[in-house]
Design a protein around this ligand. Structure first.
Ligand SMILES: Cc1cc2nc3c(=O)[nH]c(=O)nc-3n(C[C@H](O)[C@H](O)[C@H](O)COP(=O)(O)OP(=O)(O)OC[C@H]3O[C@@H](n4cnc5c(N)ncnc54)[C@H](O)[C@@H]3O)c2cc1C
Length: 322
C-alpha cells in the first residue's frame, strides 16, 4: 500500500486526498452545465481538466487505484447529467493535440482523445483529404466518438478508425484495431464494459481527394444538418433508431413534436432532438424521455433504446435497472 492508499483509508476525506494527488488543479462544486452540450447538470463534487494524454493517464490511474468514484467527460454531448450532480471526481478531457500524416500513399490523422471530432473532419477537408466528411458537425471528442461509434450520413467510426490507443485499469496500454473494439451501431466493447478502459488517442485513415470535392461534400452535410436539426443546446439524437425505422419518425407519429416539460422541448423540427430552451433541468429532459418512450411503446409496440447516457446521482429519482 502506498502513501495515498494509506491516507485514503485513514482519513476517508476525499477533498484532502484529491488535493494531495492533484495539488491546486482541483475545483469543487463546479456546475456540470458548463461542460455539457445540453447545458444541464448539477455540481461535480470535484473536477479536474486534463490537457494532454499524460495528464489524462495520470488522473485516471489515480482514481482507479484508489477506487475514487469518477466520470470521464469529453465534449459532454452524449450525456444527461443529473441535477443532483456527480459524486467523486469528474475528469474533463481537453487533451487536444492533432497530427496529420500527409504522406502521398497512406495519409491519416492521429489525435488525442479530447480533440473535437467535427473540427478534425473540417481540418481533413481543408487538406483535401477524404474519409471523415461524415463527422462534420459532431460536437463530441475523439474519445467519445471511438467509444460510442459515432456516425452520420452513412459513415461511422468503425469504418474510419485505424487504431485506438487504450489504457486499461491494470495500467497496461494496448493499441486496438476496430475489430478488437467489436463495433455495433453506436456501441463498442468499451461502451458495453464501462469503467475498465479509456481511449487515449486514435488514428483515422484518409485518402487523397481534391479540396473542391471534399469541401462540397462537407458543405452538403452541414446544409443538411442545418435544415433537419434544431440549433441550440441538446444532446443530438436522444434514442437509437430501431431496426428498420427512425426514432424521430416514431416520436413525430406519436404526436409529440413540440411537447414541452419545464423548459425542455421535443424539437418541432426533429422528433429525436430534445432541446434546452434556456433553463431546462435534467429532470425536465428525463420526463420528456419517459413520455416519448411510454407513448411510442403504447402506440407502436416499439421500445426506444437510449443513445445518450445518464451520468451522476440519478438513483433518487430513477430505477436504472429497468
Ligand atoms: C447537436 C448534436 C449533434 C450530434 N450529432 C451526432 C451525430 O451525427 N452522430 C453521432 O454519432 N452522435 C452525434 N451526437 C452525439 C455526440 O456528439 C456523440 O455521441 C459524441 O461522439 C460524444 O462524444 P463526447 O466527447 O461528447 O462524449 P461525452 O458525452 O463526453 O461522453 C459519452 C461517453 O463516452 C465516454 N468517454 C468520453 N471520452 C472517453 C474516453 N477518452 N475514453 C473512454 N470513454 C470516454 C464518457 O465517459 C461517456 O460514457 C450529437 C450531439 C449533439 C449535441
Amino acid at each position: 500500500m502506498d502513501w495515498t492508499q494509506a491516507f485514503w483509508v485513514k482519513s476517508d476525506n476525499m477533498n484532502e486526498l484529491l488535493e494531495n494527488l492533484f495539488a491546486n488543479r482541483i475545483q469543487y462544486h463546479v456546475p456540470m452545465s458548463r461542460f455539457t452540450a445540453s447545458r444541464v447538470g448539477g455540481p461535480a463534487e470535484a473536477l479536474i481538466v486534463v490537457r494532454n494524454v499524460e495528464e489524462l493517464s495520470d488522473a485516471i490511474q489515480k482514481v482507479w487505484e484508489l477506487e475514487i468514484p469518477y466520470a470521464l467527460i469529453g465534449g459532454g454531448s452524449n450525456v444527461l447529467v443529473s441535477d443532483d450532480g456527480v459524486d467523486g471526481l469528474v475528469i474533463i478531457n481537453r487533451a487536444k493535440e492533432v497530427r496529420f500524416d500527409l504522406s502521398p500513399d497512406k495519409p491519416s490523422v492521429w489525435a488525442e482523445s479530447g480533440a473535437n471530432f467535427g473540427v478534425i473532419s473540417r481540418q481533413a477537408a481543408s487538406h483535401g483529404l477524404s474519409g471523415l466528411e461524415w463527422g462534420v458537425g459532431i460536437p463530441g471528442t475523439v474519445g467519445g466518438a471511438v467509444v460510442g461509434n459515432a456516425g452520420a450520413h452513412g459513415g461511422d467510426v468503425s469504418e474510419s478508425l485505424v487504431l485506438a490507443e487504450i489504457l486499461h485499469r491494470d495500467g497496461t496500454k494496448e493499441t486496438w484495431s476496430p475489430e478488437k473494439l467489436r463495433y455495433r451501431y453506436r456501441s463498442s466493447l468499451l461502451k458495453r464494459h464501462p469503467g475498465k478502459s479509456i481511449v487515449l488517442s486514435a488514428t483515422f485513415g484518409l485518402t487523397w481527394s481534391t479540396l473542391g470535392a471534399v469541401q462540397e461534400q462537407v458543405d452538403e452535410f452541414i446544409h443538411y444538418r442545418q435544415k433537419t436539426q434544431p440549433p441550440g443546446a441538446s444532446m443530438g439524437s436522444m434514442f437509437k433508431n430501431p431496426v428498420g425505422d427512425y426514432a424521430g419518425r416514431l416520436i413525430e407519429a406519436a404526436g409529440l413534436k413540440g411537447t414541452v416539460v419545464g423548459d425542455a422541448m421535443i424539437s418541432d423540427l426533429h422528433g429525436n432532438f430534445f432541446v434546452n430552451r434556456g433553463n431546462a433541468s435534467a429532470m425536465d429532459i428525463h420526463r420528456l424521455i419517459e413520455l416519448a418512450r411510454t407513448k411510442v411503446e403504447e402506440m407502436f409496440g416499439v421500445h426506444l433504446e437510449l443513445e445518450i447516457e445518464y451520468i451522476g446521482n440519478w438513483n433518487k429519482v430513477l430505477d436504472l435497472g429497468r
